[in-house]
Design a binder for this molecule. Structure first.
Ligand code: MG
Length: 378
């Protein structure tokens, strides 16, 4: 069977879309989106995800998620959702693996600091940077910059975008201007991301000891699943009890999404991806599940992401990113030659510095900071 024969008419198909910026002939054994996934996996930005922070710094423990394992979990959840809804698994996998390529070292704080530093020069946003990585920064091909990915993959990577940026970006961002929807695969990957981080951040949070089961029991959704596990396995505790609960959590979210979206799709009966674009969002959780998931997110924000120990890491990391940026701006000669801008345009130099810093892994940023500020290290 051809890889895309099982797809619903409203799924993204290799043929019929806007294709690639630089046209390429179809491959005999792989769909266009399989090729995209493969290009992403072979990119250097993808390999760097292994040493970039999700919530916990990479060197804080070998069992915590990194951006890489997070991206793999998103792809796993996303693919099984896609298969159930007869959507394009290959596209979902490609978007999932690429969605965090533009993240700075040290998680969200790196982005926030760079955005502040870049205020006068167009700002910095990790989503936009992910697109920039696949469109411009990866150097793999003789004929062009970037990976020359399919329109649908690029559109899925660009999850959100300001109106100002949308006007600069052209076709890939038009939906933010005319308020239409992206493919169902992009909508789905967005929620697969949420399912993945909600569950793995609980796991990592418990493992780190920064949050406890007792605290989590205040979240109704978690408490119900925890009780269910205790009912099935009386007295079960420790890691097994946590895994049993998180397994149920992922299943509950995924099953709800499949049923809710399946019903919406049956109702709206889109005949093509163009119908999907013109319709309201068709991949969603039910209202009660949306409420549950939002409550869980709020819990994690208040108790884990803003835990004082996480704050300490955040403040330290923001100092490193800011000092790197300021030193390079003041003395561009400190930069590796590829990142020195010879045109004399401050904005262009600032963007190159942002690209350089955003491309760093946590440990590379720490080392680079030391090389700039310590006389003991060169
Ligand atoms: Mg993510």
């Amino acid at each position: 069977m051809l890889p895309e024969e099982y797809l619903a008419p409203y799924a993204a198909h290799s043929a019929g879309g806007a294709g690639r910026r630089y046209p390429e002939t179809a491959h005999s054994s792989r769909s266009q989106f399989q090729r995209d996934r493969d290009r992403i996996i072979h990119s250097s930005a993808f390999r760097r995800l292994e040493y970039k922070t999700q919530v916990f710094l990479n060197h804080e423990g070998d069992l915590f998620r990194t951006r890489l394992t997070h991206s793999l979990e998103v792809a796993q959840v996303g693919r099984s959702l896609a298969r159930n809804l007869r959507l394009n698994e290959d596209l979902v996998e490609a978007i999932s693996l690429a969605h965090d390529l533009g993240h700075t070292p040290f998680g969200h704080v790196g982005q926030d600091v760079l955005n502040e530093c870049m205020k006068e020069h167009g700002g910095f946003e990790h989503n936009l940077q992910s697109l920039r990585v696949v469109d411009e920064l990866e150097e793999h091909y003789g004929a062009y910059d970037g990976l020359n990915l399919m329109f649908e993959t690029r559109e899925g990577i660009l999850k959100h975008c300001s109106l100002t940026n949308a006007r600069l970006l052209g076709p890939v961002a038009v939906r933010f201007i005319d308020r239409t929807q992206p493919s169902l695969e992009a909508q789905l990957t967005n929620l697969a991301d949420e399912i993945a981080y909600n569950s793995h951040d609980i796991d990592d949070g418990l493992r780190s000891g920064l949050i406890t089961i007792e605290q989590l029991e205040q979240v109704d959704f978690f408490a119900r699943l925890w009780r269910d596990v205790q009912h099935t396995f009386p007295g079960l505790s420790g890691r097994r009890a946590i895994y049993e609960t998180l397994r149920r959590l992922i299943t509950a979210l995924a099953d709800d999404l499949i049923v809710t979206s399946g019903a919406l799709l049956a109702d709206a009966a889109p005949k093509s991806i163009d119908d999907v674009r013109a319709a309201p969002p068709l991949i969603r959780f039910s209202d009660p599940m949306r409420k549950d998931a939002t409550e869980l997110k709020r819990f994690l924000r208040e108790n884990l992401y803003r835990h004082y120990k996480v704050n300490r890491m955040r403040v330290k990391a923001s100092r490193i990113v800011r000092e790197l940026y300021e030193s390079f701006m003041a003395e561009p000669v400190l930069l590796p030659p590829d990142y020195q801008d010879k045109s004399g345009d401050v904005g262009k130099q600032a963007r190159k510095i942002a690209d350089y810093i955003a491309g760093m892994t946590d440990r590379y940023a720490i080392r680079e900071h030391r090389r700039l500020f310590s006389l003991d290290e060169l």
